[in-house]
Design a protein. Structure first.
Length: 113
């Protein structure tokens, strides 16, 4: 399989010697590559989000866009391989709260063939 992919050599794992090029990192100062995270309740333009309307109209769409761009991605329009998903609320067995449940898990358990 590696030959079919054109992989001739695997990358070595971490080395116990901290001075080696692939040495394990035990320095806490280097451990967090993202020390400053964006403020959750501050819109990109800088204003603070203090109402539900501001959250729904401004900040939430900004965060969804960031997640689509940098983390999750999105399913292209008209993709024939994406399962049809419908969300509905169901009661939790241990409390009075509601939980969103998808039919995608049920479809994936049915299999493809």
């Amino acid at each position: 399989m590696l030959g079919q992919l054109g992989i001739n050599k695997l990358r070595p794992g971490r080395n116990g010697d901290a001075t080696a090029p692939n040495g394990a990192n035990y320095d806490d100062a280097k451990a967090n590559p993202y020390p400053v995270l964006p403020e959750i309740l501050a819109a990109t333009a800088g204003e603070n989000v203090i109402t539900t309307e501001q959250w729904n109209e401004t900040r939430r769409p900004e965060l969804v866009r960031l997640l689509e761009t940098h983390l999750d991605g999105r399913i292209p329009e008209g993709c024939q391989f994406a399962p049809e998903t419908a969300w509905h609320q169901v009661a939790r067995p241990w409390g009075s709260g509601r939980l969103l449940q998808s039919n995608a898990n049920r479809q994936s358990r049915q299999g493809l063939g």
